[in-house]
Structure formats: C-alpha cells, structure tokens
Design a protein around this ligand. Structure first.
Ligand SMILES: Nc1ncnc2c1ncn2[C@@H]1O[C@H](COP(=O)(O)OP(=O)(O)O)[C@@H](O)[C@H]1O
Ligand SMILES: [Mg+2]
Length: 304
C-alpha cells in the first residue's frame, strides 16, 4: 500500500478553494482557517492556506513571523504580478500544510489594484498555477468587504462564515449576504456555500445558547453541527506559531476543530477519517505527529 508521503505526491488534486469571510474582526476567521487547515492536513489532504489579511495573523499562527515572511515574496507580490504564487509558498510544521504568507505590504494592494484591469480577478489568476497541487485552498480574509475580500470571493468555489456566539452575531450578515449576491451576479456566478460556523461558544452563558438557537432557526442546514467552544488553548497556540493539534491535541478546541474537519469532509462527500484511521492502523503513524493518534477513537462521536 502507498505510504502517506507517496500519496501526497499524486496529482492532480481536487483544488477546491474556500474563502473564510466575515467583515467583523475577532470572530475566529484566522483561528478557523489555521486549525481547520491543520486538521485537514492530518486527514491526509494537501492544504494551502492563503493569508489574505495584511495583519499576517494566519502566517504567524503557522510559524511564519514577519521577518520570515519578508525574507521572500509574499502573496502581495503574487497579487500584483511580481511573483508567481508558487514562489510565495512556504512549508509549515505540519506535513501536507503549506502557507502563502502576507504582511503589511498587502495593504498597498488594495490601493494599487484600484485602477488595474480585471482587478477583482487577480487572485483567481494567481491561484490557477497551483490549484491542482492541493486538495483544499483556504483563504483567510481581512475584516472588511473591500477589494481583497472581493478577490477572494471571485477566486473561491465556496465561502465559510465564522460567526461569534455574541449578542450582535447576526448584525452585518445582511450586508455580507448582499455582497455574496453581487459577486454571484458579476465575477463568480458559481460561488457556492460551505456553511456558517458558530465560534467562541460558552456553554455557561444563556446568551451563547440563544445565539446558537437563533442562528440555527434562521439558517437551518447551512450551519455546521460542530460548534467551536471558547477555549484558552486556542488563543495560546497561535502565539507559539502552532496549530492546536500540535500544541494540545487533547484540548476541547482541538477536538472541536478535528470534528469540524470531519464534518467539512463529510459535507464534501469524502469520509476522510475512516480512511485515515485504516491507514494509521496499518502504519501506526499520523502525518505531522510523531506520537500515536489519541483522538482517532473520538472522531466518530458527535461533538457539540
Ligand atoms: N474558540 C476560541 N476560544 C478562545 N479564543 C479564541 C477562539 N477563537 C479565536 N480566539 C481568539 O480570539 C481572537 C480573535 O480571533 P481570530 O481568529 O484572530 O479572529 P479574526 O480572524 O476573525 O479577526 C484571537 O486572539 C484568537 O486567539
Ligand atoms: Mg484574522
């Protein structure tokens, strides 16, 4: 049987592009991009994270700090046509997980592209080169609905909306849905929907429960069954430049993102983890981890 690494090199791949969007900051876009990406990579998928926020939080959460990002071309250089996207891509600590980093240069792109021809399609054009080399490409968007997010939505096959379980959770969604409608009418008629993900859930507060109920009532099946709990380990791990599965695999946050990856793949009609469990059993390894996978048994259980 082919090993994980041999399988990694098989081409071409699915190349599905998913944009993580919400014009509000601090709702869990970056945390979800990085940790969903790492969990999908553990499930033997080859993943590219595109850091599309000039703050570069996804890059640093994956171990590429500002200095490292500046040592080579970034996604900004690819966007304005100075580099190929492939030249910006760096490996991470997780096997099968790669990142195209950003830094504050990306702020300039929003202005520089204003007068450019086909300015909404710059990212789509850059991604075409590498698309078939990855199973999923996750785009971590900035907290706005400006030209960068429009580029991400124009390039994407689907979008995923992280929604924080807080009082004004639904505020802003109307505007977001309006933007999606405009994109579908213009630059990307095929833009599909991955779903809404409830984040930072606190079971101790009535408010969190009310938000969950309300969002599920409004959006029914569009909402992921998996809910991401508020978990301090999730906020800690990014400052160490590690996804949660490498920082504390048994934490509630880790279990939640593994469950999300499972649900994400199931929604994409791929039962990755049973395949992964079979392979891990026969080889006694999980890519990216040098220890046996303690959580495999838990993946089949429903998590909330
Ligand atoms: N489930 C969670 N539990 C605890 N802290 C979280 C959780 N998700 C995100 N955070 C923290 O909240 C802050 C905002 O999250 P982030 O993912 O950066 O949001 P965004 O990318 O939407 O601005 C960060 O400091 C992050 O570490
Ligand atoms: Mg962010």
């Amino acid at each position: 049987m082919a090993s994980f690494n041999e399988k990694m090199n098989d081409a071409p791949r699915l190349g599905k592009i998913v944009a993580l969007i919400n014009q509000k900051g601090g709702v869990g876009k970056t945390t979800t991009t990085v940790n969903l990406a790492a969990c999908l990579a553990l499930a033997d998928r080859k993943i590219l994270v595109l850091d599309f926020d000039p703050q570069g939080n996804a890059s640093s959460a994956l171990g590429i700090d500002r200095q490292m990002a500046a040592s080579g071309p970034t996604i900004y250089n690819a966007l304005i046509g100075e580099a190929k996207l492939s030249e910006t891509i760096r490996p991470t600590e997780v096997d099968g997980l790669f990142v195209s980093p950003s830094n504050s240069d990306l702020t300039g792109a929003e202005i520089e592209l204003v007068s450019a021809f086909a300015r909404e399609s710059k990212l789509r054009t850059s991604i075409a080169e590498v698309r078939a080399q990855y199973d999923y490409i996750l785009i971590d968007c900035p907290p706005s609905l400006g030209l960068l997010t429009v580029n991400a939505l124009t390039a994407a096959d689907s979008y995923l909306v992280p929604l924080q379980c807080e009082y004004f959770a639904l505020e802003g969604l109307t505007q977001l849905i309006h933007t999606i409608g405009l994109i579908r009418q213009s630059t990307n008629p095929k833009l599909g929907e991955e779903g809404i993900l409830l984040t930072m859930y606190d079971s101790k507060t009535n408010l969190s429960n009310q938000v969950v109920d309300e969002v599920r009532k409004h959006f029914t099946t569009q909402v992921f069954t998996t809910v991401i709990p508020r978990n301090v380990r999730l906020s800690e791990c990014s400052s160490f430049g590690k996804p949660i599965v490498l920082y504390d695999v048994n934490s509630k946050g880790s279990v939640a993102y593994l469950s999300l990856a499972n649900e994400f793949l199931a929604r994409n009609q791929v039962d990755a983890f049973s395949e992964m469990a079979e392979q891990a059993k026969s080889e006694n390894v999980v890519p990216g981890l040098s220890m046996p996978p303690p959580y495999l048994g838990e993946l089949t259980q429903e998590k909330n």
